[in-house]
Design a protein around this ligand. Structure first.
Ligand SMILES: Cc1cc2nc3c(=O)[nH]c(=O)nc-3n(C[C@H](O)[C@H](O)[C@H](O)COP(=O)(O)OP(=O)(O)OC[C@H]3O[C@@H](n4cnc5c(N)ncnc54)[C@H](O)[C@@H]3O)c2cc1C
Ligand SMILES: NC(=O)c1ccc[n+]([C@@H]2O[C@H](COP(=O)([O-])OP(=O)(O)OC[C@H]3O[C@@H](n4cnc5c(N)ncnc54)[C@H](O)[C@@H]3O)[C@@H](O)[C@H]2O)c1
Length: 476
């Protein structure tokens, strides 16, 4: 039985960071916009992903940084104050209360609808809250921003023991004595190090021969070194064959014959787009995979130009900042198309109506110690794309890095398209390199010729002087 019926210009399904941005842009474009959220407005990033994980990592990183500086080292105490770290994490998640986000959303003119939405036809949805069902229609557009869900590998026994997802780890109230981590990707490495810094004895089970295998090889090697220095035991090239319960804990049976006992097992083996139970069949789409979109965010395979998607659900670049970029594009496109602005229909890349950077310039930081910061293509990706590539890779060893930490460890690499003499990829791995990244992103997006980049002089003595060394090594 329907409890009511509402009509909006735009309905955004999913109020994560991406949905919020798409909705705010559509609303700023003069459209009456509703945002439907089944859990907490702000989504995964605010409450169970980026913010709490970084709040858990930062104290250990700050302490490690102090220990690398003579004089400060002697003043740095023994370890972290765990209760304070968890309390600080709680404040960054607003104690899992989305009141502030709702206030913001209403302040920018959005209508917040609580409940789970599903499509029931063209421009038509139902929103279910508790036992109540509302019919909601969208005159111009529906934008799906439902995010992603963790993938659990089909390991025998895994479903029969209580394990942690990244949600459980980022919202943990206590620190397990022995933590096992399955998966050597970004979430696995970050959370392994966070819990090691909080006092857990951490073992990582990593299928491949190195962690962070989507990045330049040196990045995974440096992070592995950093993890080991934090006390993490890294089992590379090892598979989890089976899991069993053991006296309130968990026993991991590994492919090398070893058995590892743990109090908790964090499964961090990737995520998949959240497209189940979204009513996609009602508009001729199938559930399960990513929603493929064009660069304006229009979902492929649905006629009538009314169904859009952005963020993790598209599988394009599952990162908050890039999803928010896609959301700004979609929100602007929807507003422009509703008011007949023809420019939104031009196919040219790099207008505000095309998410062109998703293909060539996605930045990412891995917030381990040392950090990894990368943008664009790795050397391998550039070669696979058939680009005429030349690379420069060198240690970060400049005045700024020496001042930053005794025995500073870091590596930088540029990937140059030799035909155009522009950067197509840059990776830094080392202590505190995250803030070097935006300069690289600007250079890649701006396709700044190296001869011109030569005139961007890094201040002395900063770590960014490594840019000068890279260009000198290239031959400038
Ligand atoms: C541990 C961890 C750490 C991370 N750290 C970083 C980081 O440091 N930097 C970074 O850039 N990225 C990070 N990410 C990735 C980042 O969290 C995601 O890319 C981002 O949250 C995607 O935003 P989204 O809005 O697309 O999806 P989500 O944040 O997942 O939001 C989707 C929202 O839709 C709602 N929803 C779903 N279905 C429905 C429905 N049918 N009806 C109503 N509502 C619905 C959900 O409740 C949810 O609130 C991290 C991820 C993890 C797991
Ligand atoms: N700082 C950041 O930007 C940040 C931090 C955390 C997470 N994230 C994002 O969140 C998402 C999820 O992170 P993630 O680390 O879970 O995903 P991921 O895809 O980065 O890594 C998953 C890892 O699990 C491994 N794996 C898969 N199946 C396995 C199995 N059966 N046994 C052992 N290992 C297995 C894969 O080889 C891979 O290394 C990603 O999109 C990631 O980019 C981003």
């Amino acid at each position: 039985m329907a409890a009511g019926r509402d009509e909006f210009d735009v309905v955004v399904v999913g109020g994560g960071a991406v949905g919020e941005n798409a909705a705010a842009r559509a609303s700023a474009g003069g459209l009456r916009t509703a945002i439907v959220e089944a859990e907490l407005l702000g989504g995964e990033c605010s409450y169970w992903a980026c913010m709490p994980s970084k709040a858990l990592l930062r104290p250990g990183q700050a302490l490690a940084a102090a220990r690398r500086v003579p004089g400060a080292r002697e003043a740095a105490g023994d370890g972290l104050n765990v209760a304070e770290v968890l309390a600080n994490r709680d404040s960054f998640t607003s104690h899992w209360d989305d009141g502030g986000q709702v206030e913001w959303a209403e302040g920018v003119g959005l209508t917040v609808l609580r409940g789970r939405a599903r499509l029931v036809g063209e421009r038509e949805l139902e929103v279910v809250t508790g036992g109540e069902r509302r019919e909601v229609s969208a005159r111009h557009a529906v934008i799906l921003c439902t995010g992603s869900q963790p993938v659990t590998p089909p390991v025998p026994g895994l479903a029969d023991v209580p394990t942690w997802t990244t949600r459980d780890a980022t919202s943990a109230r206590t620190v397990p004595d022995r933590l096992a981590v399955l998966g050597g990707g970004v979430a696995g490495t970050e959370l392994a190090q966070a819990f090691a810094s909080l006092g857990s004895q951490v073992v990582m089970v990593v299928k491949g021969e190195r962690v962070l295998n989507r990045f330049e090889p040196f990045a995974g090697e440096l992070v592995a070194e950093g993890l080991r220095a934090s006390g993490v035991e890294l089992l590379l090239g090892t598979e989890l064959d089976r899991v069993s319960g053991s006296g309130g804990g968990i026993l991991l049976h590994l492919s090398d014959g070893r058995e590892v006992a743990a109090d908790q097992l964090l499964v961090a083996t990737g995520r998949r787009p959240a497209t189940s139970d979204l009513g996609l069949d009602s508009v001729g789409l199938t559930e399960g995979g990513a929603l493929t979109v064009d660069d304006s965010g229009l979902v492929h395979g649905v006629p009538g130009r009314w169904l859009y998607a952005a963020g993790d659900v598209t599988g394009r670049a599952p990162l908050t900042h890039q999803g928010k970029y896609d959301a700004r594009v979609v929100g602007d496109v929807v507003a422009a198309r509703a008011s007949g602005v023809g420019e939104a229909d031009q196919p040219e890349p790099w207008t505000r109506y095309r998410a062109s950077a998703d293909h060539v310039a996605v930045p990412q930081v891995v917030f381990t110690d040392p950090e990894v910061a990368s943008v664009g293509r790795t050397e391998e990706e550039a070669r696979r794309a058939g680009l005429p590539v030349r690379v420069v890779e060198l240690d970060i060893a400049v005045g700024g890095s020496a001042l930053h930490a005794a025995n500073y460890r870091g590596t930088a690499k540029i990937v140059v398209d030799e035909e155009r003499r522009v950067l197509v990829g840059v990776t830094f791995a080392g202590y505190d390199v995250a803030e070097l990244l935006h300069a690289a992103t600007v250079a890649v997006v701006g396709e700044i010729p190296l001869d011109r980049l030569w005139h961007a002089v890094p201040a002395y003595p900063t770590i960014s002087e490594v840019w000068l060394r890279l260009l000198e090594s290239y031959g400038l």
